[in-house]
Design a protein around this ligand. Structure first.
Ligand SMILES: NC(=O)c1ccc[n+]([C@@H]2O[C@H](COP(=O)([O-])OP(=O)(O)OC[C@H]3O[C@@H](n4cnc5c(N)ncnc54)[C@H](OP(=O)(O)O)[C@@H]3O)[C@@H](O)[C@H]2O)c1
Length: 240
């Protein structure tokens, strides 16, 4: 089912960064977009960056009740995109903290799967699910332990879900470093230094903008013969 103007696309985490860029790119392609995230203020602000016809609803993916109310309110829809995430956690094994690791996995993996479960009753059987992991799944490094393991887990989950949920298609976008508000907690100088260093580690000489990555989500929704696939959007850093 290639994208059409009658399609409805739900972007969970669609109020910021990659998710907001996906909502903008998807709306520009014609479908109606419905964004959701934890903060009502983020929802209202993001709606200002989307065309008329877009909807926004508050949802906290850590609450099964909130997820159920969200999908009940939306009703039938065609494509689910999950981009919810929280601050990155870097650290070497000597600093490993199981509780911190659980929290890091929670929103990126466990709540992503719960969001899929909650969406299924109202998701079009000809539609799709697109999850988010990270290119770190394919290239480890000291300090990247949690990012690498959770990204690999999301990729693996999608392979199983693609089989189980067919003909619903299930894919993943695995970005390298993307310039988004996710990095806002870092001092500006350190953040720009990281972007310069990470960009230098790609074949294309720069980190991604959210719009670069958003096009991959739209393409995976539109391309109706792709499932169980991981689209790596890393500027070729794995090859360098
Ligand atoms: N940026 C990168 O360099 C990069 C690279 C690889 C992978 N990724 C992954 O891509 C995903 C998106 O990253 P991003 O850079 O777009 O981050 P972002 O700009 O910080 O956006 C995160 C979104 O998740 C929402 N969210 C957080 N907690 C939520 C909850 N409990 N319930 C519902 N929504 C919630 C936020 O909404 P509120 O504002 O309402 O809290 C926000 O809309 C993350 O999983 C991240 O790990 C990012």
């Amino acid at each position: 089912m290639a994208l059409s103007t009658s399609d409805r696309i739900v972007v969970v985490g669609g109020t910021s960064g990659i998710g907001l860029a996906v909502a903008q790119a998807a709306a520009a392609a014609g479908p109606q977009v419905i964004i959701g995230s934890r903060s009502e203020q983020s929802v209202q602000q993001a709606l200002g960056d989307l065309p008329e016809g877009a909807r926004g609803l508050q949802v906290d993916v850590t609450s099964p009740g909130s997820l159920a109310a969200f999908f009940t309110e939306i009703g039938p829809f065609d494509h689910l995109v999950y981009t919810a995430g929280d601050a990155l956690v870097r650290g070497v094994i000597a600093d490993y903290d199981p509780l911190q690791a659980q929290k890091f996995f929670d929103i990126r993996l466990f709540r992503a799967l719960d969001t899929v479960r909650s969406a299924l009753p109202t998701l079009n059987p000809s539609g799709s699910v697109t999850l988010t992991s990270g290119a770190a799944a394919f290239r480890g490094g000291a300090g990247k332990l949690l990012g690498t393991t959770v990204s690999a887990a999301v990729n693996a989950a999608a392979v199983s879900l693609a089989v189980e949920l067919a003909p619903i298609r299930v894919n993943v976008v695995a970005p390298g470093v993307v310039r988004t508000p996710l990095w806002a907690g870092m001092p500006e100088e350190a953040r720009e230094g990281l972007f310069t260093m990470a960009g230098g580690g790609t074949l294309l000489g720069r980190v991604a903008d959210a719009e670069d990555v958003a096009r991959a989500y739209v393409s995976l929704m539109d391309q109706d013969y792709v499932t169980g696939n991981v689209a790596v959007l890393d500027g070729g850093s794995i090859l360098k």
